[in-house]
Ligand binder design. Structure first.
Ligand SMILES: Cc1ncc(C[n+]2csc(CCOP(=O)(O)OP(=O)(O)O)c2C)c(N)n1
Length: 640
């Protein structure tokens, strides 16, 4: 896949110990080779890209100076850790990243002893690192702990909760702030502006020069000068440095420092290695560094599918149905044109959720709250109290963060907030940190919540319309990652009666009750089963809550056997709801629930994962056939 001969150093680096004696020249050469290697491999298989390119020198300097794996590096989010994977013995497997049975796209404890803490969701690193530092203290370990967090992840409140607690506990903890002024899209971190103002101030630059000169000379002199210098440093910093905010939280601040100057990074880390207490190192980097197209279009190159290495153009097959995301975005634009009470809220994912479509058109009615899902939901609740209709577009997996806000701030007050959950179900390559497999459960349990899942893109359009018109309180729609079905999207909007299912196919032997994406698979299974002599009655249930109990009553009286289908965990989901109702009515029918098992599902393509779990059309066919013939436990996805 990649020409080994063009690399001088890379293929001899199999462990961080191999770079500990490297000089600056070698570190620079290795930085260059890591970038080349990432460009070679990722252009062919796709993956996260810009964040890793920007963190190459930082990764090398940390692993050179600190004694990993005894010293612990905790990476935030994990998408920027490809260089870390490359130099910690996983170089040869990089071409398997995010593929079935291949490397994870994020940090994973079971993958390497160097992956100290699993990641995927943002803003967790300082909390985890502080926990490790506190454990070190309790167990009298002297190892260093370093959290590496991006400026995007610093928009998440948990980072401040952790910093506040760090200042209080005063453990030995180094936080490296990798500041590239980007989240996936341009960052909304207000503290960047504060940095800019201070850094631009002439006094700051004068003092900064003096401090750096002084700290640079510290090694030559004894402890007394070190003490004097340190006092002077704190005195001056208290007045003019960009770190004032962090210092107020109890951190000693160093920086800003050029994160692509590897010798400066090494020197600074060597220095702070000898210090105690909470330390914050502010490193300025460029996302996409070293690959021009990625430097120029940072959001696109945050993570992408295979691309032409020379031009940076994505090698996508043209045509095909639109994505659910784009249908959602286009529909929202149309509805916002008609009703100026509607606003859109994203938590740092304007492109991923399709809200970028409203960004330019309705700048006053578009809100990017940062990686702050909890705040985003309560912010929406506030808007709703004033008669605004907020559409909160957050991936299913990230909305997990805001369960209390949905319950306490929205549902308890019966506020009309529309939740649009993209990436619901198995998302594929991003794997278990990102699969949207819990939402049916965590939404269904909330009193007064309406939960819908469209079977296709036209129904998605109508469900969004229905949700916006609905005045009964909170209402959610969840839809999958990727291409829609390819049905016609009708111009006119049609409100869907709340809690009403749709009969798709009448049958004689068994009833299939399906929601969302599973309707499409079930339809195909119905055709397969027909040729096997099994006649199925199929319903698109549309609503997970409230359930269409009239349909359940009907199928319970007509069929001995009922199958429920959902792309969500079985525990507490749609099928559970059907069983609860049937139990309440004392129905004794045999029920097979097809959905996700009680285990975390690994990464792979969506099709591979559906197949593995027996949830694609063939798997459903087999499961239903066996069920009709008296055998329930045929696929790993089934909990009888
Ligand atoms: C809770 C949560 N919300 C949203 C995301 C999606 N996400 C992944 S990376 C990212 C941007 C992170 O920016 P930053 O921390 O600055 O890292 P960079 O990519 O710039 O290195 C976002 C929003 C996430 N991983 N976790």
């Amino acid at each position: 896949m990649t020409e080994q001969s063009k690399y001088q150093l890379l293929f001899d680096v199999n462990d961080p110990k191999d770079i500990r004696d490297f000089n600056t020249k070698q570190l620079k050469q290795l930085s260059h080779e890591i970038r080349e290697y990432m460009i070679d491999v990722i252009s062919q298989i796709g993956g996260h890209f810009g964040g890793g390119l920007g963190a190459v020198e930082l990764t090398l300097a940390l692993h050179k100076v600190f004694n990993t794996p005894e010293d612990k590096i905790v990476w935030d989010t994990g998408h920027q850790a490809y260089p870390h994977k490359i130099i910690t013995g996983r170089r040869d497997k990089l071409n398997t990243i995010r593929q079935l049975n291949g490397l994870s796209g994020f940090l994973k404890r079971t993958e390497s002893q160097y992956d100290v803490f699993g990641a995927g969701h943002a803003s967790t690193s300082i909390s985890a690192a502080l926990g490790i530092a506190a454990a070190n203290d309790l167990q009298k370990n002297k190892q260093k702990v370093i959290a590496v967090i991006g400026d995007g992840a610093m928009t998440g409140g948990m980072a401040y909760e952790a910093m506040n607690n760090s200042g209080l506990l005063k453990k030995d903890l180094v936080v490296v702030l990798n500041d590239n002024r980007m989240s996936i899209s341009p960052n909304v971190w207000q503290i960047s502006n504060y940095f800019n103002e201070i850094i631009a101030h002439p006094d700051y630059n004068k003092f900064k020069g003096a401090i750096w000169d002084l700290t640079g000379k510290l090694d030559q002199f004894g402890d007394r000068l070190r003490t004097v210098a340190s006092r002077l440093e704190s005195g001056v910093k208290a007045v003019v440095t960009p770190g004032m905010l962090f210092e107020a939280l109890g951190f000693r601040y160093f920086g800003p420092i050029n994160g692509h100057n590897v010798s400066k990074l090494v020197k600074l880390f060597e220095y702070i290695k000898g210090l105690n207490g909470p330390i914050l190192v502010h490193v300025v980097t460029q996302k996409g560094k070293g690959y021009k197209p990625a430097e120029e279009d940072k959001p696109k190159f945050h993570g992408l599918s295979p691309f032409d290495k020379l031009t940076g153009k994505v090698l996508k097959k043209a045509g095909g149905p639109p994505s659910y995301t784009s249908v959602f975005g286009n529909t929202l634009v149309k509805l916002m044109e008609r009703d100026d009470k509607i606003v859109g809220i994203t938590a740092a994912m304007p492109d991923g959720t399709g809200l970028s479509k409203i960004m330019d058109k309705f700048p006053d009615r578009y809100f990017d709250v940062g990686i702050a899902e909890e705040h985003g939901v309560t912010f929406a609740a506030g808007l709703a109290t004033q008669g605004i209709v907020p559409v909160v577009a957050i991936y299913s997996t990230f909305l997990q963060r805001a369960i209390d806000q949905i319950i306490h701030d929205v549902a308890l007050q019966k506020l009309h907030v529309v939740f649009a959950l993209d990436r619901a179900g198995l998302v594929g390559a991003d794997g278990p940190t990102h699969h949207g497999t819990f939402d049916l459960t965590y939404l269904r349990m909330i009193p007064g919540m309406v939960v819908m899942a469209p079977k296709d893109e036209n129904e998605l359009k109508d469900m969004l319309y229905t949700a916006i018109k609905y005045e009964g309180g909170p209402i959610a729609l969840r839809y999958p990652r990727g291409s829609a079905i390819g049905v016609e999207i009708k111009e006119e909007f049609e409100a869907i009666p709340i809690g009403k299912a749709e009969l798709l196919h009448e049958g004689e032997h068994v009833a299939l009750l399906a929601v969302g994406k599973m309707v499409e698979y079930a339809q195909r299974a119905v055709n397969n089963l027909h040729s096997l002599g099994i006649s199925c009655e199929l319903y698109n249930m549309r609503f997970i809550k409230p359930l269409d109990t009239a349909v359940i009553d009907k199928v319970a009286s007509k069929f001995d056997k009922i199958v429920t289908l959902e792309e969500s965990v079985l525990a507490g989901g749609f099928g559970s709801g059907v069983l609860e109702y049937m139990n309440y009515k004392n129905y004794k029918n045999d029920v097979l629930r097809i959905g996700l098992p009680d285990q975390f599902v690994e990464h792979g393509t969506q099709a591979e994962l559906h197949k593995l779990l027996g949830m694609d059309a063939d798997g459903i066919t087999k499961q239903v056939e066996a069920f009709v013939h008296g055998n329930k436990k045929v696929a790993p996805g089934v909990v009888a």
